[in-house]
Design a protein around this ligand. Sequence first.
Ligand code: GCO
Length: 451
Amino acid sequence: MPTWNDAPAQALPRGFVWGVSTSSYQIEGAVQADGRGPSVWDSYSRVPGHIANGDTGDVACDHYHRYAEDIALMRGLGVGAYRFSVAWPRVLPAGTGVANEAGLVFYDRLIDGLLAAGIDPWLCLYHWDLPQALQDRGGWLNRDIAGWFADYAGLIARRFGDRVRRFATFNEPSVFTLFGYGFAWHPPGTTEPADLWKAIHHVNLAHGAGVDALRQAAPAASVGAIHNVQPARPVQQTAADEAAATLLDEYWNKAFPEAQILGHYPPALSRAIEPFIQSGDMARICRQPDWFGVNHYSPIYARADPAARLGFAWADSPPDVPRSPIGWQLDPAAFRDTLIDVHRRYRLPIYVLENGAGAVEKPDASGEVNDRERIDYLATYTGALRAAVAAGADVRGYFVWSLLDNFEWGAGYANRFGLVYVDYPTQRRIPKASARWYAEMIRAEKARATR
Ligand code: GCO
């Protein structure tokens, strides 16, 4: 098995895509501009204690007004693609019904600007910012949401399908369901297991209906979904912790890809979700995607907790492991093995649509951000990707999370993941040393590809 250290020489497939990723609530700001309706994250981030330092996405990176400048930054990086998400409540303020033309025009301008810069737009329909109006109608607990989502998908495909080819239905459905309905770390912040199982099933139904709507409205669309895939490990080698890790693996890595691609739930979830499955549901969910989006940062850990209603608890990684500047475990071999496993299990083209390193950082006296640790992370993890390709994994793209420092959910603006530093008080953008490293690596890859 090749390791990532001897992989840098590994050539990547012709047409390999180098990109960057963001999401709407984390960068756009302008949450009340031009008819946008509130999302569940607008409501959630206003509740004291939910977000570090009382931060919200009200302004974020002001991308809504500064998108042209941000496209110019992408052009400077030399990326071939940009993965972003549409804010559902910006284009459908009530979640359904009358579209907000001003919201649609924003994404028209963004997409047209990307195409003019030679950057391929990858459009994700849902990166967690559910319209509050739909939450008020039950949100993911209301089975009607599959139809609401399909209508939204159809609107987006009809409007942008002439210029956008790559569509993702959901970003990390296991995160917003498990954290929203299991651990109460995300909106709506409840912990009723039956609600979690219902939400998982309704998100899968929405995915299937969304794929049909996208393909019906934009026949040339290349459609997939974006899944966080990370080894779920027991924090101790005990039977109880191993059982806990198996459960976490089902919720985190399998609840969505298995149903959407293989047509069934994993064993424990299959039993739990059975009461909510209606005749024909699994056929409504299972659609052959055109590609598999992987988000990966590090392994995750579980421990047994008999008092926990789900039968397991989230655990920190063991104390003696190498860590990123914000304490996430560094384990490039896990990334390599994850890509190989996804290839062998689903047999789809793989695009890594999130990988990167967070840090608490600021410019030095000369105004530069010399983020050496992020460069080391990106070099090591792209090396692990090359090792996975050498082992036969069909990996066709790599998108860094993220283009810009942005709103990091519960951590607010404290954790910075950008290749570009954002000075929030002034909204000045400062390309970090990692931006120059990434641009140079892309240039070298382009030169190699033309040899
Ligand atoms: C996620 C989300 C991103 C995060 C990034 C860093 O994976 O949680 O897709 O929105 O900001 O992963 O945590």
